[in-house]
Design a binder for this molecule. Structure first.
Ligand SMILES: C[S@@+](CC[C@H](N)C(=O)[O-])C[C@H]1O[C@@H](n2cnc3c(N)ncnc32)[C@H](O)[C@@H]1O
Length: 476
């Protein structure tokens, strides 16, 4: 490399300079406020822990700060519905797209629990132990996939099969949903597994051949014990003196907002957003999967199997998710065909053009390819994952801009990532796409540095923590 070439700023540095005045450390938005942990006072989040979620407080903060009055609100990656239900409490008409059946089921249950029939529920719960003990004929509901096989003790699985057969005969849909949800929420507890980062960790008591240091997850409850305790928790939380809306100042009674039903759209936002009208939403508030190899279909494998998904269905679900694992194949041909099939081939060309014109994106892609050749990445599909993560989000951002009303806002929570020592400025690259599609970049709020910056970690890796941000974009 010549001396002059070394002095030239990289494309990422250029992009950084372009957005430098938008980056602002947001001391009021620390990790705790943004993350799922801030929800611990809200019952639904105690019943089932969807740790990938953000907090209701974050949603309410942005809606109050930037949404002048309740209107139409969308989350294209709705998860367990934090945006939708926090918005609903403030009187917004909420829409959410979600692909993972786990999130869809949690949102459906939340909708039911907005207006529960406690008496019916109570009498169904009182009968349950007795009724279950009498069941002799039941169907096998679990079609295990490789990573969930032997996750439950035989007795536990038999009881769950009986329970699911029993639930399928309950006429009252609301009661049925709550009962199914209660068992869904204890699956990890009654299994030989524990959710651990990307994978399920296996207890030494399972039938599996396990290598390495034995893992003991402690007491494993029987299905009946765990179910009773979960139903008890739900009933106590739902009883009239406990409101589902613990934030009185925001609740429908507190501020007189009418609560509108949430609209849950089950499917991929890559296909569902293009079906929505132009200039329809006043506000979009979302957090896509991060570009960090996290596989939702593995973490939630037990729950997927419980919901009736088999191997083929889980595999196809994994491929339809936004690319963020090394297993994801590229969707570019599919997207091209898709936009042709809806009569908008020019949209594909426009979005693909914006992606290919991003200097920083091209730089990241080419550096990752080089690092791959030098075997400096710990998986050789990382370049493909990164390339497709951004390409797919480029389509999502195009659609977000199209369906947002003039002057409406979009808020996105996301973390930057680093591969092979190279920082990938997710915040800047995505904001660059957004600008091309008609958003003004108002702010990129940077969360104050968290634990990851401890001297121990710095010592281990010799580098600083990557930015975790909340982007605020406004449609022109
Ligand atoms: C970070 S989580 C969002 C959590 C949400 N903010 C909450 O508080 O519950 C990202 C979500 O995007 C979903 N997802 C991934 N690919 C998707 C796609 N193509 N279409 C719609 N949702 C998708 C995942 O299943 C996951 O629930």
């Amino acid at each position: 490399m010549t001396e002059t070439a070394e002095l030239l700023p990289t494309e990422r540095q250029l992009l950084f300079s372009r957005f430098a005045d938008k980056l602002e450390t947001a001391y009021n938005l620390n990790r705790k406020v943004v993350s799922f942990q801030a929800n611990k006072d809200e019952p639904i989040y105690r019943w089932f822990k969807y740790k990938e979620g953000f907090s209701s407080a974050l949603v309410k903060y942005f809606l109050k700060e930037y949404g002048n009055k309740p209107g139409k609100l969308l989350d294209p990656f709705a998860g367990a519905g934090t945006t939708l239900f926090a918005g609903q409490e403030l009187g917004w008409e909420s829409y959410g797209v979600e692909l993972l059946p786990v999130g869809i089921f949690v949102m459906q249950t939340r909708e039911v629990l907005n207006d529960p029939d406690l008496e019916k529920l109570r009498s169904a719960i009182i009968k349950i132990s007795d009724d279950l003990s009498k069941i002799e004929n039941y169907s096998t509901h679990f079609k295990h996939i490789a990573i969930t096989k032997d996750a439950f003790a035989d007795d536990t699985e038999i009881m769950m099969n009986k329970f699911l057969s029993y639930c399928s005969k309950i006429r009252d849909k609301k009661t049925q949903t709550v009962l199914r949800f209660a068992a869904f929420s204890v699956l990890e507890e009654i299994s030989y597994t524990r959710k651990d980062g990307q994978y399920l960790r296996w207890d030494y008591r399972s039938k599996r051949d396990l290598s390495g240091k034995p893992f003991d997850k402690g007491k494993i409850l029987t299905f009946e014990e765990a179910l009773k305790s979960k139903l008890n928790q739900i009933m106590v939380d739902l009883s009239p003196d406990q409101s589902l809306n613990l934030f009185e100042e925001y609740s429908s009674n507190g501020n007189g907002h009418k609560q509108l039903p949430v609209k849950i759209i089950a499917g991929s936002c890559l296909e569902e957003l293009p079906k929505l009208e132009d200039n329809f939403f006043d506000f979009i508030l979302t957090s896509p999967p991060y570009c960090n190899r996290y596989d939702y279909t593995r973490t939630y494998a037990l729950e997927l199997v419980y919901l009736g998904y088999d191997s083929d269905q889980v595999r196809s679900l994994r491929q339809s998710m936004l690319s963020c694992t090394v297993e994801n194949k590229e969707k570019v041909d599919y997207l091209k065909q898709f936009y042709s099939s809806i009569g908008k081939p020019e949209v594909f060309d426009e979005v693909f053009g914006v992606y290919n014109n991003s200097g920083a994106m091209m730089e990241v892609n080419s550096i990752l390819d080089q690092l791959n050749k030098l075997e400096k990445l710990n998986n050789n599909n990382i370049p493909r994952m990164v390339k497709n993560y951004f390409l797919e989000l480029c389509f999502v951002i195009y659609e977000m801009a199209r369906i947002t009303k003039a002057a409406g806002y979009s808020v996105m929570v996301n973390d930057n990532v680093r591969y092979g020592g190279e920082e990938i400025p997710v915040d800047l690259i995505l904001s660059g796409f957004a600008e091309n599609f008609g958003f003004t970049i108002k702010k990129i709020f940077v969360l104050p540095k968290g634990k990851g910056n401890s001297s121990q970690q710095m010592g281990n890796y010799g580098r600083t923590e990557v930015r975790k941000c909340v982007y605020l974009w406004q449609k022109k």
